[in-house]
Design a protein around this ligand. Structure first.
Ligand code: EPU
Length: 321
């Protein structure tokens, strides 16, 4: 197990999990000593995920700023306490929760304008906030991300995208905190991007420079508005979910295949294959991670048996059973 685990969705296996070993309470307390941000022990992660599902973190830390995170990384490394960066969307946390320290970057929420239509956004900035900022400056280049609920860091590590574009198209450079707690600025040449995946040097993404271009504000707004309308019409945005569960197989759409095998509306406990978009699993209220995993397996098995296509997970499953 690495001691710094960036939020890196796009698992190869059908259902993969992170199992972290327990650490003594004194090690955990020592690892968070001097942290200026928020430190919460035995914190339920349910409220920090878009699925509204998930057991507790031994410790949840919301670093005050990048320097605070650097200190946390150094201390955790010294004590061999694992760190896990919680993206929150496109993620399923199992009921046993996550051992060690879980980091939430929501306090890293600064946006800075730089010359040449470049915007620097810290890792915890939500994509909708970044989008609003770009629109207010009449900057184009992020319209593809309309409706993506994730953070800048989450979108970098999974090369988030839609049919209109993907994160790599707008990126200029990425700032990381490496395993030794140092700030590293990483050029695009050091990152390998593919469909819903970015292979970065080990570390935690704490910010990104985005190369945008000047545009007409009304035009940008119109594209975003139309795209949001389409998403609202085709995706179950009113219910808790983790976005698309499976990657699209080459030349096809996971949602189409799942609907074709008759699984729209299939339900285990309060986890349901969305009736609106079959590549979403929604939480109807009290779904737990076991319900969702059982449903994922049922969908994967049925699609494979009936169509011969093996669906690969886009969603990342973490934590202990
Ligand atoms: N379809 C069905 N039944 C369904 C859902 C879709 O037949 O229940 C068909 C549609 O009719 C369409 C095709 O499948 O012909 C593709 O559907 P859609 O246009 O909704 O796009 P998608 O491929 O399912 C992708 C991204 C979404 C993104 C949308 C919109 C992936 C895995 N999904 O969905 O991203 O919002 O395009 O751009 O790449 C996510 O990553 O979490 C996500 C939701």
């Amino acid at each position: 197990m690495r001691d710094v685990v960036p939020h890196r969705p796009g698992m190869k296996s059908k259902v993969s999990v992170h199992l972290l070993k327990a650490h003594s309470p004194s090690d955990l307390r020592a690892a968070v000593r001097g942290i200026r941000g928020e430190v919460r022990f035995s914190e339920a992660l349910r409220d920090f995920t878009s699925f509204h599902i998930g057991g507790p973190a031994d410790v949840l830390v919301l670093p005050a700023d990048v320097e605070d995170l650097c200190l946390l990384v150094r201390q955790a490394r010294l004590l061999k306490v694992p760190l896990f960066v919680l993206g929150g969307t496109n993620l399923l946390v199992r009921e046993g929760g996550i051992r060690g320290i879980v980091v939430n970057l929501s306090k890293l929420n600064g946006i800075t304008d730089e010359p040449g239509h470049v915007v620097y956004a810290e890792g915890g900035v939500g994509m909708p906030t970044l989008m609003k900022h770009a629109i207010s400056r009449s900057l184009s280049g992020l319209e593809w991300a309309a409706g993506i609920p994730g953070t800048v860091a989450g979108c970098v590590v999974m090369n988030a995208g839609t049919r209109l574009g993907e994160m790599k198209d707008a990126l200029k450079e990425v700032r990381l905190v490496d395993q030794k707690g140092r700030i590293i600025d990483c050029p695009l040449s050091a990152i390998r991007f593919s469909y819903r995946r970015a292979l970065l040097p080990r570390g935690i993404v704490v910010g990104a420079w985005l190369q945008l271009k000047p545009g007409a504000r009304e035009k940008i707004e119109a594209v975003v508005k139309e795209y949001l309308r389409h998403r609202k019409e085709t995706q179950p945005l009113a219910l808790p979910s983790a976005g698309c569960v499976f990657k699209n197989p080459p030349g096809d759409a996971a949602g189409r295949l799942i609907e074709a095998v008759g699984l729209k509306g299939a339900r285990i406990g309060d986890a349901q294959v969305s009736e609106k978009h079959a590549n979403f699993i929604v939480n109807l209220g009290r779904a737990n991670a076991d319900d969702v995993i059982a449903l994922i397996k049922q969908v994967g098995r049925t699609v494979e048996e009936q169509t011969g296509v093996t669906l690969e997970l886009e969603l990342k499953i973490v934590g202990q059973p």
